[in-house]
Design a binder for this molecule. Structure first.
Ligand SMILES: [Zn+2]
Length: 194
């Protein structure tokens, strides 16, 4: 079974980016939990590097995925610093497989953000520690900008966060060649029957 490690960025004493009463660490944990729920109907084992508001070093996050033998590592972040929209990162030395999986997931998430009026900032690469230290294909998503009022207003909306999670889950399902189960518009299919 495919093992997916979701990594909610920041946590504990490290709130990540903060603005408009929002903290990056809370948003990433919420989106990760919603993504795990959206994947519940699928034959994948989903783990979170953290399931609570605790701090974890970047190397610890990668170690958790490496020790688990995860097939994929997906780190969730919220951007800041002036801008708007969505972007994805793979490591500068990412494998062909990692690039291939990113293309599929990026497309799904970008389609969702585009349909919501947000721009696609592109497919990028960087020497981020969690991407460098993980031994499996890995991706980092920067989901909108917490310091732009119009982006933050959407991030503050749990229904919108559910839709982000649904788009990420759909991307993972397609990327790993699983059969997509249609979900209602509210994206809650993963919750039904629980
Ligand atoms: Zn971050």
């Amino acid at each position: 079974m495919t093992i997916i490690m979701l990594d909610p960025g920041h946590g504990g004493f490290d709130p990540g980016a903060v603005r408009y009463g929002l903290q990056e660490k809370d948003l990433t944990l919420d989106i990760a939990g919603k993504t795990r729920a959206a994947l519940r109907p699928y034959p994948v084992d989903v783990f979170l590097t953290r399931d609570a508001d605790i701090d974890l070093e970047l190397a610890q996050r990668a170690d958790l995925a490496n020790k688990l033998g995860a097939d994929y590592f997906l780190s969730l972040h919220i951007n800041a610093g002036g801008g708007t929209g969505f972007e994805s990162y793979v490591h500068i030395n990412a494998s062909a497989r990692s690039l291939e999986l990113r293309d599929v997931i990026h497309k799904q998430v970008s389609n969702f953000y585009s349909s919501s009026g947000f721009r696609d900032r592109g497919k990028k690469s960087a020497d981020f520690a969690v991407l460098r230290l993980t031994q499996m294909p890995a991706l980092l998503l920067e989901n909108l900008f917490i310091d732009l009022a119009s982006d933050a207003a959407k991030l503050a909306d749990p229904v919108f966060r559910q839709q982000i999670a649904g788009a990420i889950a759909t991307g993972l399902v397609i990327a790993f060649g699983l059969t997509l189960i249609p979900v209602p518009a509210d994206g809650q299919a993963g919750e039904i029957g629980n």
